[in-house]
Design a protein around this ligand. Structure first.
Ligand SMILES: Nc1ncnc2c1ncn2[C@@H]1O[C@H](COP(=O)(O)OP(=O)(O)OP(=O)(O)O)[C@@H](O)[C@H]1O
Ligand SMILES: [Mg+2]
Length: 242
């Protein structure tokens, strides 16, 4: 279980995230929904210690990990799959995966690779190819697999469906469902409403850096909170960007 309390992140005079409190439970996919610029990515980066926080407490399975740097957070079980993938295109698929298990012994790394290859057969078949040769959807799958190489208890995912074809979105969705079924908590930032409806049990709605609603996805849609988040308070129309 992840608990984030009172997370605030400012970039100079701009407070991108203000007093965000949220939870994500094991075995479920929890959504973070909101318009472009609402503070979704900054929330994930703040949780993962990639941007300086002005306030905030991060607790993972009862362990306070607030002071941990990114490497220690990964060791504690918190993995981040950032926006726009970020595979190393010149490295092989396997070497990209191994980056996710950095610092582990050879035996553990081999074990985890085997787990990934069992789950994604085509990744095994193409493991020696440069990652840059994969399609967008395939690269996203490898990026998710790389996050899994740290054997996380919680995965933070930032818009995994961005730029993918409907078929590739379904593949990514299937992979995320499997990950949650295996007992991992997934915290998902996603603008693809269909994917949110399919995957997320509950979601947090964020607007202008603050949480404005929380509930089951069905409740949020029924209450209009989701359309408010995407349309009503958007500074940029949601179909003009990612
Ligand atoms: N490194 C940065 N320096 C300055 N401002 C930033 C930085 N990163 C984000 N911001 C600002 O913080 C606010 C929230 O940005 P963030 O990237 O978290 O939004 P988002 O909800 O992920 O949007 P999108 O849906 O477009 O990805 C925006 O106003 C953005 O301009
Ligand atoms: Mg973002």
């Amino acid at each position: 279980m992840l608990t984030v309390e009172d997370l605030t992140v400012a970039f100079g005079p701009t407070t991108a995230v203000r007093g965000v409190t949220l939870h994500a439970a094991p075995g479920t996919v929890t959504g973070i929904l909101g318009a472009n610029g609402a503070g979704k990515s900054t929330t994930l980066l703040g949780i993962h210690g990639r941007v300086p926080r002005s306030s905030g407490r991060i607790v993972l399975d009862g362990q306070d990990v607030t002071g941990h740097d990114t490497r220690a957070l990964v060791r504690a079980g918190l993995a981040l799959c950032p926006e726009n993938r970020r595979l190393f295109p010149g490295l092989t698929i396997e070497d990209n995966l191994l980056v996710g298990a950095h610092g582990q012994g050879r035996k553990v790394r081999r074990q985890r690779l085997r787990g990934i290859y069992d789950r994604f057969g085509w990744v095994h078949a193409r493991r020696a190819e440069p990652a840059g040769r994969l399609s967008g959807g395939q690269q996203q799958t490898v990026a998710i697999a790389r996050a899994l190489m740290s054997d996380p208890r919680l995965v933070l995912l930032d818009e995994p469906s961005s730029g993918l074809s409907p078929v590739a979105v379904d593949e990514v969705g299937e992979a995320l469902r499997d990950i949650a079924r295996a007992g991992t908590a997934v915290l998902l930032v996603e603008q693809n409403v269909r994917l949110v409806r399919q995957l997320c049990s509950t979601a947090w709605v964020i607007a202008h850096g603050e949480i404005t609603a929380h509930g089951t996805v069905a409740e949020l849609f029924a209450a209009g909170a989701v359309s408010d988040a995407y349309l009503g308070k958007a500074t940029v129309p949601p179909d003009s960007g990612s």
